[in-house]
Design a protein around this ligand. Structure first.
Ligand SMILES: NC(=O)C1=CN([C@@H]2O[C@H](COP(=O)(O)OP(=O)(O)OC[C@H]3O[C@@H](n4cnc5c(N)ncnc54)[C@H](OP(=O)(O)O)[C@@H]3O)[C@@H](O)[C@H]2O)[C@@H](O)CC1
Ligand SMILES: Nc1ncnc2c1ncn2[C@@H]1O[C@H](COP(=O)(O)OP(=O)(O)O)[C@@H](O)[C@H]1O
Ligand SMILES: [K+]
Length: 494
């Protein structure tokens, strides 16, 4: 699914209006109906509703929503914030249409602000995608009122005050909704951790914007929905054998962290690889043979750390990093691997930390290798960034410069491709914020690479399936009880 910028969204609206054709007020009616369909499924009509409207099209949506909800027997109040002399045409039309049902209250100054009963659900239709500057004056006061009230707030399209495709300042007044019900497409702002409280839970409602025009839009930003992930999966051929699915090598673990190697290895096997070899320090030999009998074990000459590899030319994919430690000898082994490897690697955890400390290694990373940093590891690698939008841009430039794929891990892991395209993940949950889940991801992606998935697909699909397994684990165990092993147990890539 594509993620468009503000200008493209405006064009898509305009194209739909002209070519469907549908009048812009009827498109607004569709948007309001779609919002109300979600709203009525979520909240019963015994809850009072107060709609706060600006004077642009977002406010117009709010007026139409108020009318529809009032027709559905909700007890609705409407407040219009008079912040400008210019109202949009569709706002004015909806104001007329509302007059048979309700009389709105005007808010011009602070003393006009209402007291809200606790049960009231507030609908935020102050400002939408037309936001051109931070909210101020009476608009900021209303935002402040809603944020300090204990009421549930639902934002129409986007929280008022939040920019769709660029960073806000920390001091900007922005609604902090419980839900954002957005039209047709997710917005870039939703994927930034800095915006978590300004988005809440978000849902997309379809308003029938032109799909052909949408297909023609160029954007570097995508959202990995189930349809996209499933289109990547290759079915297993009836006559396939273990050689068909590759031989993966995972180089991981150190004294006290052999578990990281086991987690990555088990995840690799559970993701469909034909054969797996684990390269681990000697202290992990028995642990690995007992806990993962399906894997072959290559034992390092060192007892506690991975320090030396034999030839790696026979492997179909190589993953390195989980629990590796950062010993000098390990760093030298990594440098040699980067120079000798003829295929894209999966590079995680301490392997990334070693590269951060030896910047000359960056140029040696094989093309299309997949790096899986969490935000701190990415900061060590690429330096400080001003905000999450800036971090994403830095990631895009980094991926392009070194011709690599970066999976910037988080709630919506961003898979950044060598051409600068970004695929935000849609699966996963906060139960995955527990030790070892990153090791599991390394195993999954290494497995997919071994099976012959192109690196871009291995990264996008691996991240998606990792999150999906996490979601299954959460629904079975609960987010607090689930651990990384549960993510592995719930893998099912087919
Ligand atoms: N047919 C369609 O296109 C559809 C559109 N839809 C809906 O329209 C929404 C976009 O509507 P929109 O473009 O009218 O912008 P909106 O956000 O309502 O307000 C802009 C007004 O506010 C002003 N303003 C800006 N910043 C401000 C600030 N900080 N403080 C105060 N004022 C500020 C700005 O004025 P200006 O920048 O010129 O000063 C302008 O007057 C979109 O999110 C969706 O909900 C749906 O119905 C589907 C069909
Ligand atoms: N709140 C969250 N929502 C969704 N996924 C999450 C969340 N927190 C962590 N994850 C996922 O869990 C994994 C954690 O990886 P990482 O930080 O490397 O952990 P570890 O080093 O303990 O293995 C990443 O894939 C990340 O995307
Ligand atoms: K809004």
């Amino acid at each position: 699914m594509k993620i468009l910028n503000v200008g493209q969204i405006r064009d898509l609206d305009a194209f739909t209006i002209e070519n469907e054709p549908v009048s812009s007020v009827n498109l607004m009616e569709r948007a309001a109906q779609a919002f109300c369909w979600w709203f009525c499924n979520q909240f019963v009509n015994t809850r009072p509703v107060t709609v706060f409207c600006g004077q642009g099209n977002n406010g117009g949506d709010g007026l139409a929503i108020a009318r529809i909800l009032s027709q559905k027997c909700y007890d609705v109040r409407v407040y219009i914030i008079e912040h400008t002399a210019n109202t949009s045409a569709d706002f004015s039309e909806n104001l007329k249409r509302l007059s048979d049902h309700l009389t709105p209250f005007q808010i011009r100054k602070e003393t006009d602000l209402p007291d809200l009963s606790e049960k009231t659900i507030c609908i935020d239709a102050l400002l939408g995608s037309g936001l051109s500057r931070p909210a101020e004056g009476i608009m900021a006061k209303v935002i402040g009122l809603l944020n300090t009230s204990r009421n549930k707030v639902v934002s129409v399209d986007i929280a008022s005050g939040l920019f769709i495709d660029k960073s806000n300042q920390e001091t900007d007044p922005i609604i902090q909704p419980l839900f954002t019900i957005t039209f047709q497409l997710p917005k870039l702002a939703f994927f930034m951790p800095q915006n978590a409280v300004f988005v809440g839970e978000w849902r997309i409602v379809d308003i029938g914007l032109d799909t052909v025009h949408l297909l023609q839009q160029h954007t570097p930003y995508y959202y990995t929905d189930s349809a996209h992930a499933e289109s990547i999966i290759r079915p297993r051929n009836k006559f396939s054998h273990k050689g068909t699915f590759g031989h993966a090598l995972i180089i991981a673990g150190s004294y006290g962290k052999i578990g990281a190697a086991i987690l990555a290895g088990k995840a690799c096997l559970r993701s469909g690889v034909g054969l797996l070899t684990l390269h681990i320090p000697e202290c992990g030999y028995e642990i690995a043979q007992i806990s993962l009998p399906e894997a072959m074990v290559s034992v390092d000459v060192d007892r506690k750390f991975n320090t030396a590899l034999g030839s790696v030319s026979s492997y179909s994919s190589i993953g390195i990093g989980p629990g590796l430690g950062q010993e000098d000898a390990t760093a030298q082994m990594l440098a040699k691997l980067l120079t000798e490897a003829r295929l894209p690697l999966v590079i995680d955890a301490d392997a990334l930390n070693i590269i951060s400390q030896h910047n000359d290694l960056l140029d040696k990373i094989p093309a299309k290798s997949i790096l899986t940093p969490h935000p701190k590891e990415f900061q060590r690698l690429a330096g400080e960034t001003a905000n999450d939008f800036d971090r994403l841009e830095t990631g895009r430039k980094f991926a392009q410069k070194y011709n690599i794929i970066i999976c910037l891990k988080g709630a919506h892991t961003a898979v950044i491709l060598p051409n600068g395209d970004v695929h935000f993940n849609s699966t996963g949950n906060a139960g995955m914020a527990t030790g070892g889940t990153g090791d599991v991801l390394t195993g999954i992606i290494t497995s997919l690479l071994a099976q012959g998935y192109p690196p871009e697909h291995a990264a996008i699909l691996g991240v998606y399936e990792h999150g999906l397994a996490g979601d299954r684990a959460a629904s079975r165990k609960g987010q607090s009880a689930m651990i990384a092993s549960d993510v592995i147990e719930n893998l099912k890539i087919d």
